[in-house]
Design a protein around this ligand. Structure first.
Ligand code: SF4
Ligand code: SF4
Length: 390
């Protein structure tokens, strides 16, 4: 109840309302738990408006486990988020590989044929309730068939597995391909077991603990038979959740974020990078900063590229508003938080923005496009892969 977390809470900063702060939300949860408060729409909405960015938890001197408390409250309330008319249910899409392939193929064909632009122009996208999803979905590539194993062509150091997730597989195959390239170049063979599924973070955050545990167990089983030193993830939102499997299931995965893994291993001396005379701003996703607490890892890796000017995006301590499906379900707050990022981008004027989380990258890219800002956005691993001297 000290309130030291309040200045770090984005929803409190935007509303100045105690009920939209970590301390206020904890009081509401306590009131529910001891029966002094009812779970009416207003109370549910204060809990639902939390981004689960966990900036409060990272700053709490008493080490209050806010994230766990909020997930527990949402689970107890079995909170249903408003559907807002989306034709695509993200929770279902995340867990259904066949539906992902169907939607990805449909969007890819719509892009190629020009139908997507036509649908937007004629207002069909809006009529289908897909306007928000459509703004965030990039020109997605054709669905990819991953090999079960990507062998090393030089001296081998070991084997790892790659977690491809659900939306990274749909929207960010480039980062996955570049991760394989760099891991192979560093001497690591890469397994991609096809039985892996969504990490379950979306479900956990919404209080669907049963589904989250099922997904976690499926992933633990998918990687269990492999002789690997790590399960590498290239999206910090997924990676931070993979590291919580021990707490939610009692079994763990040797999960490691790609930036951290590549920062810890010894690189072959033959790997060199082409100089790049540009300014790159590093966006630090909340999952990387507040949960993994590894936000410095991309900076060390990018220093390998000669002549590159590296800055932290000013205002990194505040969430960008993406927060899993929050950007679709709470567009007003999500866009307001993103507007703050766009302002800092305009003042710091980088040539490239890197982010290690696909959700943040999609949300920021949609804002950058709408604001007509000339800026490339990609994963730090993709920037490294592009500059590697082959
Ligand atoms: S998790 Fe983020 S949005 Fe939620 S109370 Fe904490 S700081 Fe505020
Ligand atoms: S969560 Fe921590 S920082 Fe925030 S009010 Fe409670 S004790 Fe203080």
């Amino acid at each position: 109840m000290c309130g030291l977390c309040l200045p770090h809470c984005p929803t409190y900063a935007k509303t100045q309302n105690e009920a939209e702060s970590p301390r206020g939300r904890i009081s509401l949860i306590l009131g529910l738990a001891n029966g002094h408060l009812q779970a009416d729409d207003k109370l549910r909405s204060h809990l639902d408006n939390c981004l689960l960015c966990r900036a409060c938890e990272a700053k709490c001197p008493s080490k209050v486990q806010y994230g766990e408390m909020m997930v527990g409250a949402r689970s107890a309330l079995k909170q249903d988020r408003p559907k807002q008319g989306q034709r695509i249910n993200l929770d279902t899409l995340a867990t259904n590989k066949q539906q992902q392939r169907r939607e990805a193929t449909r969007l890819w064909l719509a892009n190629k044929s020009g139908l997507r632009a036509l649908g937007r122009g004629l207002g069909i996208t809006k009529a289908l309730g897909m306007e928000r999803f459509e703004q965030l979905a990039p020109n997605i590539p054709r669905p990819h068939d991953w090999q079960a194993y990507y062998p090393v062509k030089t001296e081998k150091q070991g084997d790892v597995a790659l977690f491809i997730g659900c939306f990274s597989d749909m929207f960010d195959q480039k980062t996955l391909d570049d991760s394989i390239t760099l891991l192979n170049a560093c001497g690591y063979g890469v397994h991609i077991p096809s039985s892996q599924t969504c990490c379950g973070a979306l479900h956990q955050h919404k209080g669907d603990s049963k589904q989250a545990i099922q997904l976690a167990q499926q992933n633990i089983d998918a990687f269990a038979q492999l002789d690997i030193s790590a399960v590498i993830s290239s999206a910090t939102g997924c990676g931070s959740h993979l590291q919580e499997y021990q707490r939610i299931t009692g079994s763990s995965l040797p999960a490691c974020d790609i930036n951290t893994f590549l920062g810890q291993i010894e690189w072959p001396q033959a790997i060199q990078f082409k100089p790049l005379n540009k300014k790159v701003a590093v966006h630090e996703p909340c999952s990387q900063r507040n949960i993994l607490r590894e936000s410095k890892a991309p900076y060390s890796l990018l220093k390998r590229i000669p002549a590159l000017e590296i800055i932290g995006l000013p205002g990194n301590k505040q969430c960008c508003g993406a927060a899993g499906s929050y950007m679709i379900e709470h567009p007003k707050m999500a866009d307001s938080l993103r507007d703050d990022k766009l302002e800092t981008i305009k003042t710091s004027q980088p040539d490239i923005l890197v982010s290690s989380n696909i959700g943040c990258a999609l949300h920021l890219a949609a804002g950058i496009k709408a604001a007509n800002i000339a800026l490339e956005i990609l994963h730090p691993i993709s920037l490294l892969a592009r500059q590697i001297n082959r």
